[in-house]
Design a binder for this molecule. Sequence first.
Ligand code: MRU
Length: 354
Amino acid sequence: MTTPPKTMRWNGGPDGWLTMIDQTLLPTEFKEINCKTVEEVWEAIKMLRVRGAPAIGCAAAYGVIIGMQQKIDASSIRDEFDRRLKEVTEYLATSRPTAVNLFWALDRMQDVSLENPSLSPQEMHQRLLEEAMAIEEEDRAMCAAIGQHGAKLIEKGTSILTHCNAGGLATAGDGTALAVMFAAAAQGKEIQVYADETRPLLQGARLTTWELQQRDIPVTLICDSMAGQVMKEKRIQAVITGADRIAANGDACNKIGTYSVALLAKAHNIPFYVAAPSSTFDLSLATGDEIPIEERQPEEITNGMGKQTAPESTRVYNPAFDVTPAELISAIITEHGIIQPVTTEQVRSQIEKT
Ligand code: MRU
């Protein structure tokens, strides 16, 4: 097994820059990009160069450090700094609407300012960098804990279906759904994985297979539309996906197609697990109906991966996420343990404590 490359890394002190893997180029090209302006960080999130809920949160936190660089000099005053901080966080919040980790991380950065009114702009900039690094470090720890808790649900020889990419590339650590698989494999459970290719941007085909191959975990790629047949052939004993936002009742929003997989799992009596850190929960929303669903460009469907596959000016609807109702979810795996059954009471009792 080769050591997996880091999804992102910060270079230097408060005047440093953010290096990230450009995930749009994988698996055929491994290239890192350097973001030195807040606009570059925004663009990287928008265009999915960095993607996956926890990774977006970490990148946005570092984006704040970059966005604040131009406002720091010996003469700058704190009011001016705070105004700019608000401007930068509000700007980064417009990059993508669905993954709540983005807003969670930006709120944390804002809170640093509220909690430290007496720090100078220079001291605040340093303090914000420490917060961004803490967000990244905590994410790594959450992934590891999710892996350990989730592995308890996996028996030896289990064949697992996953959708999209909830791996190391989507986080600062080992991922969420994939962390469970890595932990189970490390415990000698001899798992194998089926990866949905995940239309239209193929995060499953391009990223999940790439990560699992690096870790020497047997992986078989299928088209999204094959999941039902593969389940019917009894090739799958568990489904594990990540999530972008989970409402208070446990409804879980994830990459488009996840809901269909959950329905199929129910029909075939296969457990459907969601693995996500507490930063993915949005307890301000009673149900998943309130989760904003990102709609992306039609070209992702009509001209996916550089080839035109539909007539010119075909009308397209391209929601990037869907919501799986709590009743289809067998358990949610978090860094604190297993939420089961998935009810408002259980979700609140585990997540509100944190
Ligand atoms: O559009 P993407 O690639 O950012 O969507 C990512 C997903 O849907 C992931 O499953 C989710 O963010 C969980 S990542 C641990």
